[in-house]
Design a protein around this ligand. Structure first.
Ligand SMILES: CCCCCCCCCCCCC[C@H](O)CC(=O)SCCNC(=O)CCNC(=O)[C@H](O)C(C)(C)COP(=O)(O)OP(=O)(O)OC[C@H]1O[C@@H](n2cnc3c(N)ncnc32)[C@H](O)[C@@H]1OP(=O)(O)O
Length: 499
């Protein structure tokens, strides 16, 4: 039972199953049946059941996508994709190649560097072989071809660019793709946060450019964010949405803004976690609170595995990597500790999956606090959860206001399938309603008063001309020491799923 509870992370159904089996094995038949019925009644009537039902129906509803400009699932025809290419075979690119092969779609893996290509070939082959062995099938190795350079791209119907998160580099790749591919080839980007419209503008076919944002590990996580820009055509959006489904993912169509939906919210979650380090929490403590809430891994473990280098590049592009930034930033800059180059982390010792406290980090944080005159205080588990999760929820409401996500269900699907938000808590927007929007608002305002640098949203809406796609811009971080504005969270009229 202890093992089940540990793996279930707060979900009541797995523990109830064990109890029912135990009752069947140890009680007389009629008592065992009665106990099972009681357990079922408890489960059927629980908030967790409603949360899981919400997840189930939300995953179906996002397939009926629509955009503010009137593109819809039922008025847009996808194109067939017979063969695809992935350009850039880092960790994400390799995972995407694996997803194509596993779905039975021929795929060309493209690298500019021959050494990197060989590493990718080995990793992809090993992953496909391991996966096939587990499933008792033949590995689909014949569907994957690797090549250095863009010369073979005329044979593909769709390309996914997955190079480093660097706008200049991505623009160069898109320009080259534009001449290397057929004029009808869809050009997609796996960018985590960059402006899709700028990428589209470098090509001869901006209408055939969309974002296809995968989540790490790309061959495991079930989410695909499909990002439409102002010039993306219905055909391009429909093709990417349908392709996601073929790849075994749940596709969610979202608008174009920095970080789109998932990472735009993630930024506020990560930011609060970093502030908590300044204030006295340890990374292990923050992670433990989030893991007890039900995430498979806390924010620091997750960042270690998939986000340190990406986050660093994103902040570098935004000019947020100078001196005077919060410890999270400097920790990330520690030599050789940006994951995906090295399996080392800021929360854990070098290598391995197990999170172990890092003595270097502990003394770094002590030194950082003393340098900035910060007195470490005790941070409760409740504060960790409220600050990290409500900041994320708050941004979710701003995303709805901006029309970047079609509805709260879309955000919930993104968090459950992309970031491991526990399904028995329904997703962030569902959770906020379950907690009570007035309570969430009160806590956000409380933390705003207590910590003037706290959340996220400006008291005044930003000027409309600062936004993209004719929508108001969302607030940008201007450094970790910005004044804290008020909450964006208002009980929205359009929230139509009740917990
Ligand atoms: C102005 C706006 C700017 C925007 C701001 C930008 C913010 C900063 C950007 C951050 C980076 C974003 C990157 C990307 O765009 C978005 C993401 O992908 S975020 C990551 C989302 N993924 C997760 O949260 C996954 C969490 N993990 C899980 O859910 C589970 O671990 C699992 C993957 C379902 C597997 O679970 P299990 O089967 O129980 O097995 P394990 O836990 O042991 O893991 C198996 C295997 O997978 C590896 N792994 C797990 N998680 C990750 C991960 N997040 N990234 C990479 N790899 C991961 C794990 O190490 C194991 O590998 P192995 O040891 O077998 O080699």
């Amino acid at each position: 039972m202890a093992q089940v509870r540990r793996r279930a992370r707060g979900a009541i159904a797995p523990a109830a199953c064990v109890q029912a089996i135990r009752a069947a094995a140890t009680l007389p038949y009629s008592q065992g049946m009665r106990r099972e019925r009681e357990l079922m009644d408890t489960l059927f009537n629980s908030g967790q059941a409603r949360a899981m039902q919400h997840c189930f129906f939300s995953q179906r509803s996002v397939g009926r996508w629509s955009t503010p400009s009137g593109m819809r699932w039922d008025n847009s025809r996808p194109r067939p994709v017979h063969k695809a290419a992935v350009v850039g075979l880092g960790t994400m690119g390799r995972g995407i190649v694996v997803s194509f092969a596993r779905a039975g779609i021929p795929v060309l893996g493209v690298e500019m560097d021959a050494k990197q290509l060989e590493v990718a070939r080995k990793t992809v082959t090993a992953t496909l072989e391991r996966d096939a062995q587990r499933r008792g099938v033949e590995p689909p190795l014949g569907l994957v071809r690797f090549t250095v350079g863009l010369q073979d791209l005329r044979e593909v119907d769709l390309v996914i660019e997955a190079v480093f998160e660097d706008m200049a580099l991505k623009k160069r790749v898109f320009r080259e793709l534009s001449s290397a591919c057929r004029p009808d080839t869809l050009l997609c980007s796996n960018t985590s946060s960059l402006d899709l419209d700028q990428l589209a503008a470098t090509t001869s076919r901006p209408e055939l450019v969309v974002g296809m944002h995968f989540f790490a590990p790309a061959h495991v996580m079930k989410l695909l964010e499909v990002i439409y820009g102002p010039r993306s055509s219905p055909t391009a959006v429909a093709t990417a949405m349908q392709l996601g489904k073929r790849l075994g993912k749940v596709s969610v169509a979202v608008g174009n803004c920095p970080g789109f939906v998932g990472n735009r919210m993630l930024k506020h979650y990560v930011e609060q976690a970093n502030f908590l380090l300044e204030e006295g929490a340890s990374p292990e403590q923050v992670d433990q609170a989030l893991e007890e809430f039900g995430f498979p891994m806390g924010v620091f473990r997750m960042s270690d595995l998939s986000g340190l280098d990406v986050g660093w590049r994103v902040r570098k592009e935004s000019g947020l990597t100078g001196p005077g930034v919060a410890p999270g930033e400097q920790v990330r800059r520690r030599q050789g500790r940006r994951r995906q180059a090295v399996a080392g982390t800021c929360t854990t010792g070098l290598g391995g999956r197990e999170a172990k406290p890092d003595p270097w980090l502990r003394s770094f944080l002590e030194e950082y606090r003393s340098r900035h005159g910060l007195r470490a205080r005790t941070v409760s588990q409740q504060e960790v959860l409220e600050r990290c999760l409500y900041a994320l929820v708050n941004e979710g409401f701003r995303i709805l206001e901006d029309g970047i996500a079609a509805g709260p269900e879309d955000i919930d699907v993104i968090y459950v399938l992309g970031y491991g938000w526990p399904p028995h808590r329904g997703g962030p927007m569902f959770h906020a309603v379950a907690v009570g929007l007035p309570t969430v608002l009160e806590r956000l305002e409380h933390y705003h008063q207590a910590h003037p640098r706290h959340p996220t949203a400006p008291a005044q809406p930003p000027p409309a001309e600062a936004g993209r796609q004719g929508q108001p811009a969302h607030p940008e971080v201007e450094g970790d020491h910005q004044e804290c504005p008020q909450s964006a969270l208002r009980p929205p009229d359009h929230y139509h799923s009740s917990p």
